[in-house]
Write a protein that binds this ligand. Structure first.
Ligand SMILES: [Zn+2]
Length: 449
């Protein structure tokens, strides 16, 4: 594994003398640049570029700084360039997960977090899981909320500054829930107060204010809980928890800021209300029925996308990963599973563009790629699943100009897996090479010269 080198003390000292405290702010950028040679050429057995066409074999990609500048079957190696050879591997765009909770731990039920953990604890674990997620091949995530509001904003900023190793993050800040709804974490005695957490909003006026407060404090998008949740003592997952008018209030205000609303939604009525209100993504989407599919098919821009989270069901129900899930919530998960898998097959049959997401740590952090295996088992072609986690997800987060495919001009976010993932999709669970923005974070597959 390549570790970015520490900045030279001489430079830091000069900067410190010249610019005082600003030296601290600029040091991480120096660290990142030091670890990235001017030119890199990667050669691999094949390339799946994220656009859905046949793989390129053999493949070569030339990187300058943080960007891809050329892609071909063979490229010359300029003098002084770094060569990375992956002769048995498939190169792919960095994977994107649209639904993570990087600061969440699978060994602490989120409803216990407010009484048993602290924001600094969550931040430190978040830094750990961010690295775990990056090393699993996920170079970008949309993070869907924290127990302690805005810890995700701090984590995103620390990663961007080069102080923490992790994926590019879009963050929700303080997700917005109704009182007694799926995101009402204060499921303890009414005499216990957690005054630092303000994520409950009821009625359009409070929701509008919650949206503004989130954006003021650094959120990239808004997460609302349109229905109940499986892992919650609040309203049942099938029930719509926000009225149509309340969901619309969130969308109207977010659009004023030029940003999106992502809606957690399991129940059918909540899904349809969220689509009609114009949310950008319906996450989980377990109760997606024919009418909901028709609504999605009929829409024009700005589009609503269906973003299922399916592997967590197998992980918790079959693999025994459910360390902290109480038995009654596992029962809910069982009944939801039939519905959620049916919804996915329905969306596939309709040819909808489908987002790729995991809800980690409900699926354990670092095992995000297991979602590929589940989706292929449910009938999706391996190539379609790979395109979902790359090009389609980049479109959903409005980063298609920079991310999601391996093409000249895009950021050099690349992963490699042993063998051919089109023949065996579980190869995605054995990522052995990770590059983000031209910096190598993992290189167990490379042949060295
Ligand atoms: Zn979630």
């Amino acid at each position: 594994m390549t570790t970015p080198r520490l900045p030279r003390a001489r430079n830091s000292l000069l900067r410190w003398l010249a610019t005082g405290l600003f030296a601290l702010a600029t040091a991480p950028a120096v660290l990142a640049a030091d670890a990235r040679p001017a030119v890199t050429v990667i050669r691999a057995a094949r390339l799946i570029d994220g656009r859905g066409g046949p793989p390129l074999a053999p493949a070569a990609v030339r990187i300058e700084g943080e960007r891809i500048v050329a892609v071909g079957t063979s490229l010359p190696l300029p003098a002084g360039a770094r060569l990375i050879e992956l002769p048995e591997a498939t190169l792919l765009p960095g994977f994107i997960d649209l639904h993570t909770h990087l600061t969440g731990r699978s060994d602490v039920h989120w409803e216990d977090a407010l009484t048993k953990t602290t924001p600094p604890e969550e931040a430190l674990w978040g830094a750990h899981w961010a690295e775990v997620t990056l090393l699993a091949g996920f170079t970008s995530v949309r993070d869907m909320g924290t127990n302690w509001p805005y810890v995700d904003v701090a984590l995103r900023n620390a990663i961007e500054a080069g102080a923490v190793r992790g994926p590019r993050m879009l963050v929700a800040g303080a997700y917005v829930s109704s009182t007694g709804g799926a995101g009402d974490a204060a499921q303890f005695s009414t005499y216990v107060q957690v005054p630092l957490v303000h994520n409950l909003a009821d009625g359009p006026a409070e929701i509008t204010k919650a949206v503004r407060t989130n954006f003021k404090n650094g959120a990239d998008f808004i997460k609302i809980l349109a229905t109940g949740a499986v892992l919650s003592k609040g309203i049942p997952p099938g029930a719509q928890q926000y009225s149509d008018e309340e969901i619309r209030a969130a969308v109207i205000e977010a659009r004023r800021w030029g940003r999106d609303v992502a809606a957690h939604a399991h129940g059918t009525e909540g899904i349809k209300a969220a689509i009609r209100a114009g949310v950008h993504t319906v996450d989980h989407g377990s109760g997606l029925d024919d009418e909901a599919v028709a609504l999605l098919t009929a829409q024009t821009v700005p589009a609503t996308y269906y973003v299922p989270t399916l592997a967590l069901l197998e992980s918790n129900l079959d693999d025994g990963d459910s360390k902290t899930v109480p038995p009654e919530e596992l029962e809910r998960m069982k009944s939801l599973r039939v519905m959620a898998e049916g919804a996915f097959r329905r969306a596939l049959a309709a040819g909808l563009p489908i987002g790729f997401a995991t809800d980690a740590p409900v699926l354990p952090h670092g095992r995000n790629a297991r979602e590929f295996r589940t989706r292929v088992r449910l009938g999706e072609a391996p190539m379609a699943a790979l395109v979902s986690a790359t090009r389609i997800n980049a479109e959903i987060i409005h980063r298609a100009d920079r991310l999601g495919t391996v093409e000249a001009g895009k950021l050099a976010d690349l992963v490699a897996v042993p063998g051919d993932p089109l023949a065996d999709i579980t190869a995605t669970e054995r990522v052995g090479f990770v590059m983000k923005g031209g910096i190598v974070y993992r290189d167990e597959l490379a042949r060295r010269r």
